[in-house]
Write a protein that binds this ligand. Structure first.
Ligand code: HEM
Length: 527
């Protein structure tokens, strides 16, 4: 005889309801209430002040209100002491609560490190007790399975696979591609120019975002650049969606409701995966047609080779799957496109604002570049003044203004016990502007401080110039980005004199990266 229906029903209900109640308990009671209480307790015992925590929203309302209040107007002029403008809440709270304090981004405790040696300790740590933040569960999937999210052995394998794509010889070969994309952009400008007055205005931030996407699509994905560009366009949409989600507090479970917004997020994500899959298939097909053993040595080729290891039955840890390639494709676009566009835009703005430096950099480019006025692969290292200007620009306007890590266990950083679950914020921008390390002219544009290289530029023995981070997870694209910036800036200066447009409004805000809120309109005059 079977079990009575009531017993089966009750058993099924218990089996479903208990895990459900348990996840509800974890989400609402543990994560949103007990964990913040414990973190607060640990910090307060050490004399560190905590801003009051409010259920779910934490200090998000104050943070948003402060940013809105300060950033509603641009800065009155191009001054470089903009930290209190770019991250107003940090400077307001440090003033109110002292050097060390905790605030709540939603239910997440955030702790700023103010000692560069503590920052170095965190960035150089190889321990699994400190890691990058995982995305919020309701956030769109921007960089999953890519270098920026992976940890441990998986991260090490991906980094080893992709490192050859950034070796100096490899980068040199990319110079003509970078120059070619830049020339295409400039040619479009000059055809427009024919119909306009002698001086014309261009928002370089908008233009450079298109250019850097074009360059990364060509260099990293070679013959597959057309598909890569399509994927990148969808990622722009994902970024827009991510900004919308990030401005709201996280409410567990909400993401499963098929609202129009959520369905749109799912559709975009699915399309990106389909396109990446097609791009890989096409590359594999090309190899079959060409009868070659390699898929090409661009980043996509390196990854498909690593995928072959899996097909050959090698250790899964030594191979990549489709999900990994999707992840890295997205990561390289996210990490390598807007950062570089922003950095070149800030540098052009500075060169426009300091015409004497612009002249010096142009003269240098004239002596270094070949007759066709395009930087040659072997000549970039001779652009010394431009390197100094780029470094000074990265110091004053570091795209990665704030970096973050999370404590996966209770850990000690310097003298502070940082409880599990705390987000550690590394205020790179604050170090870059600190008079204690750079002298009384810390907030002035003085590229000559980099004349003997980055390591001798500051007055501090600690690492206080960190635009590309440090430690094992430092930016893999550092040399790529600097090379690209040199090619683009030299090519522009050889053809145009640039001036700050009267419509430029100085407003650096930290929205994931330190961006010009109202773009960078500059006036261009042909030489
Ligand atoms: C001026 C331009 C750039 C700046 C300022 C910059 C800055 C940074 C910083 C600060 C990090 C460390 C982030 C962290 O640890 O939280 C990073 C990581 C990374 N960057 Fe860049 N980046 C730039 C350009 C690029 C380019 C052009 C690429 C690719 C072609 C790239 C690819 C990456 C990747 C993949 C990582 C993760 C590295 C790893 O974990 O192994 N970046 N970048």
């Amino acid at each position: 005889m079977g079990l009575p229906l009531e017993v089966i029903t009750v058993t099924l209900l218990v089996a479903l309801v208990i895990p459900f109640l348990h996840s509800l308990w974890r989400a609402f009671v543990e994560d949103l209430w007990l964990k913040p209480r414990r973190i607060r307790h640990v910090f307060e015992r050490q004399g560190i002040k905590c801003l009051p925590y409010r259920f779910v929203i934490g200090n998000l309302p104050e943070l948003t209100a402060l940013s809105k209040e300060v950033q509603s107007q641009p800065l009155p002029s191009i001054k470089h002491d903009h930290c209190a403008y770019a991250i107003p809440y940090y400077y307001r709270w440090i003033h109110e609560y002292g050097d060390k304090f905790i605030f709540w981004q939603g239910a997440q405790a955030r702790f700023f490190l103010t000692d560069p040696d503590d920052v170095k300790e965190v960035l150089c740590s190889r321990s699994t007790q400190i890691s990058r933040l995982q995305r919020r569960p309701d956030m769109v999937n921007l960089v999953d399975n890519g270098l920026l999210q992976l940890e441990g052995e998986d991260w090490a394998f991906h980094r080893r696979t992709l490192n050859p794509g950034f070796l100096p010889d490899k980068l040199k070969k990319m110079v003509p591609i970078m120059a070619g994309c830049t020339m295409e952009m400039i040619e479009k400008w000059s055809s427009k120019e024919a119909n306009e007055a002698k001086r014309h205005e261009i928002d370089v931030f908008t233009e450079l975002k298109k250019l850097t996407a074009d360059i990364i699509a060509h260099t990293a994905f070679g013959s597959s650049y057309a598909e890569a560009k399509q994927i990148f366009e969808l990622q722009q949409e994902q970024l827009r969606l991510a900004k919308q989600i990030g401005s709201k507090p996280f409410i567990p479970g909400l993401r499963f409701i098929p609202t129009a917004f959520h369905r749109h997020c799912w559709k975009v994500e699915k399309k990106i995966e389909e396109l990446t899959f097609e791009m890989i298939e096409r590359r594999i097909h090309q190899r079959k047609l060409n009868q070659k053993d390699v898929h090409g040595d661009d980043l996509l080729g390196l990854m498909i080779d690593a995928m072959d290891n899996r097909a050959l039955g090698l250790d899964k840890k030594l191979s990549m799957g489709i999900a990994d390639i999707v992840g890295e494709t997205k990561t390289f676009f996210m990490a390598g496109h807007e950062t570089t566009a922003t950095s070149i835009s800030w540098t052009l703005m500075l060169l426009a604002a300091y015409p004497e430096w612009q002249e010096r950099v142009r003269d240098e480019a004239r002596t270094v570049c070949d007759a066709s006025s395009v930087p040659a692969p072997g000549s970039l290292h001779r652009l010394k003044l431009l390197s100094m200007v780029l470094n000074e620009s990265l110091r004053l306007y570091p795209p990665g203004a704030l970096m973050t890590r999370i404590a996966n266990k209770d850990i000690r950083v310097g003298k502070t016990l940082v409880p599990k679950g705390t987000v550690i914020v590394l205020p790179i921008i604050a170090f870059h502007h600190d008079e204690r390390y750079w002298g009384p002219d810390a907030n002035e544009f003085r590229p000559e401080r980099f004349s003997e290289g980055a390591s001798k530029a500051s007055q501090s023995s600690s690492a206080v110039f960190l635009p590309f981070s440090t430690g094992p997870q430092f930016c893999i694209g550092q040399l790529f980005a600097l090379q690209e910036a040199k090619v683009v800036i030299a090519s522009i200066l050889l053809r145009y004199r640039i001036m700050v447009s009267p419509r430029y409004r100085h407003s650096p805000i930290n929205y994931t990266i330190l961006q010009p809120q109202f773009g960078v309109p500059l006036l261009f005059e042909s030489i």
